[in-house]
Unconditional design. Structure first.
Length: 409
């Protein structure tokens, strides 16, 4: 690997790079050691993709992960949502792939189809100049199409565990040369519905494979898996406290029948770039989206019972700014990175602190400021108190006026 020479600034100048946005960044993104991407002796073509994507310097999770991953060590990394986790594993994965070798060399497992699409897009953008073939494979899409695609060269495969295991069992997805398995949102992947598939999938990998686990929360399931498959991992923990800095959290105490009225008031008072509104059931998502549309606001909805093509279209259009508000279930809490979202509203308050953390983490992405508003009924009061205690955070009563400076840049 060639170190980047002193002319690196010249080729950076030739790329039409977006101006770095350094305003209002919180220290979970800015408190770095001062490393540069050049310090990791990455391929020049990879550096070009990194800078063209608008990354200036590594964030703390990237500083910790990239050099360790490049040494071949297993990693167990705990970092907040929105702090650059995806690039922390995509960059070393892309660096280690040999594009001349026609084989799957990296598999990235994620729990949802939307996150698989998003992660593969990040890989494609970062690897724009590397001639690396990236493929997405998830349940709910045509198996035949995946089989046809795997007859072409694929270097990096991102997807959900069930589908990739299915292809491996059929002998279509050959993993003999896969030296790196990455699990993003590892806590969710090691829940009972996924863990057996993952353990079976690992058997298709070479014994020398490298495992990288990334998550914001590490419950007991992860500890058991770690003892079995990662005997001596390099542990990275950037989570002294769980909630994201830069997110202001409020609650409004309401009766169930007042919730829609309360939401209408919030829409009229808040300066929303884009908002995500969470409900606790599929039925309530559809009913609320209908109500919001009747109130005259633009609104999409998404949930797990929709057809995959429809889900993809909604996700893509919302991400591209076609609509201001999105109503959804917890399907959408995992790793979905839409920077324009500055307000999250829990129309239904979640049952666990983990769900709360992941929902609220949809605003304030990558160190920007965000606002979370929780509609609390009498039945929710104990959950509110417990979640505050468990996360060591304060959810304040909503004031008559919310200062724009706390959530608008």
């Amino acid at each position: 690997m060639d170190a980047v020479d002193s002319s690196s600034q010249d080729w950076k100048a030739q790329l039409n790079l977006p101006a770095p946005d350094t305003r209002y960044k919180t220290e979970d993104v800015t408190a770095t050691k001062g490393n540069e991407f050049e310090d990791y002796f990455l391929k020049r073509e990879l550096l070009m993709g990194i800078y063209e994507k608008g990354f200036e310097r590594p964030s703390p999770i990237q500083e910790e992960s990239i050099p360790i991953a490049l040494t071949g060590s297993d990693i167990l990394a705990r970092a907040k949502n929105g702090t650059g986790k995806t690039a922390a594993f995509c960059i070393p994965a892309l660096e280690k792939i040999d594009p001349e070798k026609n084989a799957i060399q990296v598999v990235i497992l994620v729990p949802t189809r939307e996150l698989a699409l998003q992660t593969s897009q990040v890989c494609k953008e970062l690897g724009k100049y590397l001639n690396i073939q990236v493929m997405v494979s998830t349940g709910g899409t045509s198996l035949k199409d995946d089989i046809m695609r795997l007859y072409q060269p694929v270097h990096l495969l991102a997807g959900t565990p069930g589908r990739i295991l299915d292809l491996a069992r059929k002998g279509i997805c050959v993993l003999n040369d896969c030296s790196m398995l990455i699990m993003d949102e590892a806590d969710k992947l090691l829940a009972p519905e996924f863990q057996p598939s993952i353990e079976q999938l690992i058997r298709f990998l070479p014994a020398s494979r490298q495992l990288l686990l990334f998550s914001a929360t590490f419950p007991v399931t992860v500890k058991d898996f770690k003892e079995k498959y990662l005997p001596k991992p390099y542990v990275i923990n950037l989570m002294d406290e769980l909630t994201l800095k830069g997110i202001t959290q409020y609650y409004a105490f309401v009766e169930e029948r007042q919730k829609v009225h309360c939401l209408n008031t919030l829409f009229s008072k808040l300066q929303i770039n884009q908002s995500i509104i969470f409900c606790n059931s599929v039925n309530r998502v559809e009913l609320l989206a209908k109500k919001i549309t009747e109130l005259g606001y633009s609104c999409f909805y998404i949930h797990a019972k929709m057809l995959q093509d429809h889900r993809n279209r909604v996700f893509h259009d919302f991400r591209n700014g076609a609509c201001r508000n999105l109503v959804c279930t917890d399907l959408f809490t995992r790793g979905i990175d839409i920077q324009a979202v500055n307000v999250v509203i829990n129309f239904d308050f979640p049952k666990t602190s983990e769900t709360y953390l992941h929902r609220v983490g949809r605003s304030g992405r990558f160190g920007h400021l965000g606002l979370a508003v929780n509609l609390i009924t009498y039945e929710d009061r104990f959950n509110l108190y417990r979640i505050e205690q468990e996360l060591g955070t304060e959810i304040k009563t909503i004031p008559p006026q919310i200062d724009l400076a706390v959530y608008c840049q």
